[in-house]
Design a protein around this ligand. Structure first.
Ligand SMILES: Cc1cc2nc3c(=O)[nH]c(=O)nc-3n(C[C@H](O)[C@H](O)[C@H](O)COP(=O)(O)OP(=O)(O)OC[C@H]3O[C@@H](n4cnc5c(N)ncnc54)[C@H](O)[C@@H]3O)c2cc1C
Length: 467
């Protein structure tokens, strides 16, 4: 079957920028994404927002429309609503498309699967009415839906952004419960002078905090001991702030404490991963061009380590340039020249990223559950106590615990519980995460029906592929 020069998975800032760079140099490119329109997380529905005035979401959001328009103009095969569940190291990609199984082949592949929010396994985190702050954003961006009178709890720029967006829209917010540990401010202070070189980013963050403070919404700082109230659904949030216990009544609780790379794709391909001690997560090991441990597989954007949307655009372009070089469409001197501005800009951004990582480093108390009845694996309904029993019975690494308890075997295939299980085992064994490891993942990366597998179609590349 005719192969595409390059298949890109993910049409966020990284995937779109890469596709534009590749297509402009004549490569035959396929882009696959689960979403019905390009944009990824940050620019979701930016080109066709259901909001009467999308500018309330901020310039970072509306600016995405320009990139989407450019992406939609270039000559590529963009397959929307394509859920990729297998990527072979032979260049074969299998995905679900409207209930059918589809296959395509490529010479080079670029994975841009983005990030997912770090789960916050506090007591009650699985009750109906508890969602992530990112989910609040998805509802707002895709369907102009909001939850009035919600409590927002956690820490980090994305949390402050969604609260500010709600306030600009006039949506009442019950409270913002900030869990940033007080000691983080001290720990991050030495990194501030270098971070200040990126003054616009720093100002953007401070403006969000000022906007929230000026709104009169109650803000609680240094919050600990969080617990969602309610038996069958969320009725509020209990926490301690300034040595006092507080109960805030609310039907909806939005939690957030940072994002981590979406690992299932890169893990299922057995690419080499490394532990990022600053961001407290596993990430795929790549070079500056996103080149992974497998020569024809590159990874870019937040899926390769959290760098934000601007960084993702740059990383996507860099990966594309290297792929053009590998396809013999760009000589080494051309690669060096074209890559220099993005390499320099990424290096200049890194002090700011280091500052943010240190300031919003989540506390262990929120990353790892403490209450024995708290669910850790929501799909297989495994509690902390059940996992501890499995550990005491001899399951000392994530795969052994998975075999014994079924944690990580459900529909999400460990996306939610992977880092929690690995963190708990690291804690119990008193050994570093690198020693403990992570789930061994395999295709398919999600549940499939036999009916879907039986309806199989191949998609050949257009004949103008360069090979
Ligand atoms: C929920 C959420 C909301 C966010 N909102 C903001 C924001 O408002 N502002 C901000 O500055 N940053 C935001 N971020 C961070 C921001 O997403 C990233 O910095 C930036 O979008 C990274 O770009 P990317 O191209 O690497 O990935 P993304 O933009 O995340 O794009 C990844 C794409 O891959 C697709 N994908 C993943 N897996 C598959 C698969 N198996 N098959 C097919 N397609 C797949 C997804 O559908 C998605 O479109 C958010 C992050 C999250 C998780």
């Amino acid at each position: 079957m005719q192969a595409f020069d390059c298949a890109i998975i993910g049409a966020g800032p990284a995937g779109m920028s890469a596709a534009i760079t590749l297509a402009k140099s004549g490569a035959c490119v396929a882009v696959l994404d689960q979403a019905s329109r390009a944009g990824g997380q940050i620019y979701r529905a930016s080109a066709d927002s259901p909001l009467p005035d999308a500018h309330v979401l901020g310039a970072d959001y509306t600016d995405g429309a320009t990139l989407i328009a450019e992406f939609e103009r270039v000559d590529i095969t963009h397959i929307t609503q394509a859920d990729v569940w297998h990527i072979g190291d032979d260049g074969r990609i299998l995905f679900s498309h409207f209930g059918d199984t589809r296959e395509l082949h490529c010479r080079e592949m670029l994975l841009c699967p983005g990030a997912m929010e770090r789960p916050m396994p506090i007591p009650g985190w699985t009750l109906p009415g508890v969602m992530t702050a990112g989910a609040a954003q998805v509802m707002l961006k895709s369907d102009a839906m909001v939850a009035k009178g919600a409590v927002f709890a956690g820490s980090g720029p994305l949390l402050y952004l969604i609260v500010a967006q709600y306030l600009r829209l006039g949506v009442p917010v019950a409270a913002m419960v900030d869990t940033t540990p007080r000691q983080n401010y001290l720990a991050a202070a030495p990194l501030l002078p270098r971070a200040m070189r990126n003054l616009p980013m720093l100002k953007k963050g401070l403006d969000l905090l000022r906007e929230i403070r000026a709104s009169g919404v109650p803000v609680y700082r240094g919050a600990t001991d969080l617990q969602v109230l309610g038996d069958t659904r969320a009725q509020g949030l209990r926490f301690t702030s300034a040595s006092r216990s507080h109960d805030i009544a609310a039907d909806t609780v939005f939690l957030h404490h940072g994002v981590q790379p979406n690992l299932n794709m890169t893990r299922a391909m057995d690419l080499t991963h490394r532990w990022n001690a600053d961001q407290l997560c596993w990430q795929v090991d790549t070079d500056a061009f996103g080149q992974s441990s497998v020569p024809h597989v590159a990874v870019a954007g937040d899926g390769a380590g959290i760098i934000g949307a601007d960084g993702a655009r740059m990383a996507g372009r860099l990966a594309a340039l290297n792929i053009l070089h590998r396809l013999d469409l760009l000589p080494q001197e051309g690669l060096d020249r074209a890559a220099a501005p993005d390499l320099a800009a990424l290096a200049a951004m890194s002090p700011f990223r280091a500052f943010i990582d240190r300031l919003y480093r989540p506390s262990d108390a929120l990353r790892l559950p403490r209450d024995p009845d708290t669910l850790v694996c929501r799909c297989e309904e495994q509690t902390l106590a059940q996992l501890r029993t499995g550990f005491e019975q001899g399951a000392r690494d994530p795969n052994a615990l998975k075999m014994l308890t079924r944690c990580g075997m459900g529909p999400c295939q460990g996306r939610q519980c992977g880092h929690i299980v690995a963190g708990l085992l690291s804690d119990w064994r008193n050994e570093p995460p690198e020693t403990v490891g992570y789930y061994r993942l395999r295709s398919p990366q999600r549940l499939l029906t036999l009916d879907e597998l039986s309806r199989f179609h191949a998609i050949p590349a257009p004949t103008e592929a360069t090979e």
